[in-house]
Design a protein around this ligand. Structure first.
Ligand code: NDP
Length: 260
């Protein structure tokens, strides 16, 4: 018996990167996949590959979630994966002194509001069966301060906290709906491409980015997907409100190493 046989799983931001890898890992375990994204072309390509269904879903749009609720009224697994750093617009200053209110709000609107709306939909869609798994993709940036990406870090920290509210709420309601967060760092996805480039310096830039990572490499989307698969499956039946890091060891220590 495959791990997700008979389960309906919706993944947001699944046109590429981590969401794409999660969709593929879940499909390989027998799940019925609903690929969603604002990138329709990319999302449809992933869905076609998996013989799965595609739905356009902007996670920050309440009307989109209402439409999803009518089209997919019952669900077993939701992965709230879609997210932005805020640097997509080309704005480079995101520190607490100079970040614009506009970017601050936009990052929270997609990352945090999107996760809130996803959780709200999922609880209702899982209530019928009284069981399910909600997986929120936060970040290691949600666990420490990031001076140069303050809005992103704040939004991811709020996701970490909301995960626990959802977990406790569902338990209080007598529902076996689990909610956990994954905290990746430095996962090599298309999100990194603008920073790495494809010129002769690419390898040097990669080495520089991972120089402070204990395992000295980027993680892969498939490695994050393996963790999401565990949380989605009944193997994690006793896990709720948990936060799992996937960061090559970054959060295991401190950059300010104690003297000998
Ligand atoms: P990518 O940027 O590679 O992929 C994100 C996908 O989400 C894209 O297809 C994007 O579409 C889509 N998307 C953007 N905005 C929305 C929206 N409003 N509604 C629905 N879909 C949307 O990201 P990653 O795969 O790297 O990251 C996935 C998640 O993992 C994010 O939440 C990210 O913060 C988190 N994460 C990633 C890390 C990493 O190192 N890669 C580290 C820590 C956390 P489009 O391309 O059209 O914008």
């Amino acid at each position: 018996m495959r791990k997700l046989q008979g389960k309906t799983c919706l993944i947001t931001g699944a046109a590429r990167g981590i969401g794409d890898a999660i969709a593929r890992a879940f499909a390989a375990e027998g799940a019925e996949i609903i690929v969603t994204d604002i990138n329709e072309e990319g999302g449809r390509a992933v869905a076609d590959d998996l013989d799965a269904r595609f739905e356009r879903l902007d996670v920050s749009d309440e009307n989109d979630w209402a439409r999803i609720a009518t089209r997919i009224p019952t669900l077993d697994v939701l992965v709230n994966n879609a997210g932005i750093t805020g640097f997509e617009t080309g704005e480079t200053v995101h520190d607490p002194e100079n970040a614009s209110l506009e970017t601050w709000r936009e990052v929270h609107r997609i990352n945090l509001d999107g996760t809130f709306l996803g959780c709200r939909y999922a609880i209702k869609a899982m209530r019928g069966k009284g069981a399910g798994s909600i997986i929120n993709i936060s970040s290691r940036s949600g666990m420490v301060g990031i001076p140069g990406a303050a809005a992103y870090a704040s939004s991811k920290a709020a996701i970490r906290n909301h995960t626990k509210s959802v977990a406790l709420y569902c338990a209080q309601q007598g529902l076996n709906i689990r909610c956990n967060s994954i905290h990746p760092a430095a996962i090599l996805t298309p999100m990194w491409e603008p920073m790495l480039g494809d010129g002769p310096d690419r390898e040097a830039r990669i080495a520089a980015f991972v120089s402070d990572t204990p395992l000295k490499r980027f993680g892969t989307p498939e490695e994050v997907a393996a963790l999401a698969l565990l949380l989605a499956s009944d193997n994690a039946a006793y896990m709720t409100g948990a936060e799992l890091t996937m960061d090559g060891g970054i959060l295991a220590g401190s950059a300010a190493a104690p003297g000998s």
